[in-house]
Design a protein around this ligand. Structure first.
Ligand SMILES: [Zn+2]
Ligand SMILES: [Zn+2]
Ligand SMILES: [Zn+2]
Length: 255
């Protein structure tokens, strides 16, 4: 069994948006409060994170996260990496280094953005201890088969992940045919659906529903959601087998 926890389901601004008085940003429905996107995978006593958003500390506290075995990165945009420094308590508790997986461009960006981590500095300073590992096809992560897949985010090729009968596809505006072929026969698909209006680097709801028709997963959860989408109202309009994810949602899937 693979346990999946949505630590964040919001777009890069988060919801509520700073200074915004719209109905969703002022909503009392907790499902309309969306931290930036991250996912926690738990299996066989292992904890693996997908992305390290700016609210990582709060998300880890909320989820009661006590250890971390690895981080899988989708890409290096600010909303997916700016919480990386918050992994230091896991370093302190566990010792050693934390494996961070990403494609070549993501790892290059991490080295640049978090330069202080990778250059020698005075001893005793509190820096994350990370081990960058470049993705190179499917691999076994403590008994879980991780299958990285290429998707297109505006002009940027980024990484989606499949684990058995579950796939996580965020920050996507196009799915190449060869990747679509790898996303068939899923029990659960998590898919980017930013808002109703089109966007240059994200699927909108109509495009995401088109992908659902193409891939036919048993159940789909939309994520990376902006403040245009009210949870209850949009949920009522979505077809059967499609739902909005929300922060704190927990799923279990066979692997
Ligand atoms: Zn994003
Ligand atoms: Zn708003
Ligand atoms: Zn992005």
């Amino acid at each position: 069994m693979l346990k999946i926890t949505f630590l964040g389901t919001g777009t890069s601004h988060g919801v509520p948006v700073i200074g915004c008085d719209c109905a969703v940003c002022t909503s009392t429905d907790p499902r309309n409060h969306r931290a930036r996107c991250a996912l926690l995978l738990e299996y066989d006593g292992r904890q693996v994170l997908i992305d390290t958003p700016p609210e990582l500390r709060l998300q880890a506290l909320r989820a009661g996260l006590k250890r971390l075995d690895a981080i899988l990165f989708t890409h290096a945009h600010a909303d997916h990496v700016f919480g990386l420094d918050d992994v230091r308590p896991f370093n302190d508790r566990q010792g050693g280094t934390l494996p961070c997986y990403g494609d070549a461009s993501t790892l290059r960006d991490l080295r640049r953005i978090f330069r202080y981590v990778f250059v020698p500095t005075q001893p005793g300073g509190g820096k994350p201890r990370l081990e960058l590992r470049r993705l190179n096809g499917a691999f076994n992560l403590h008994g879980l088969t991780v299958r990285p897949l290429r998707v297109i985010h505006g002009a940027l090729p980024i990484t989606a992940y499949r684990f058995g009968r579950f796939a996580y596809v965020t920050d996507v505006s196009a799915i190449p045919d060869e990747t679509a072929a790898e996303l068939l026969d899923l029990d659960i698909l998590v898919l980017d659906a930013l808002r109703y209006r089109p966007h240059p680097t994200h699927f909108n709801v109509a495009q995401a529903l088109e992908v659902v028709r193409r891939l036919r997963p048993r159940q789909t959860y939309f994520t990376h959601i902006c403040h245009d989408l009210d949870h209850a109202r949009v949920s009522a309009e979505l077809p059967e087998g499609v739902a909005l994810a929300y922060d704190g949602l927990v799923l279990e899937v066979e692997r």
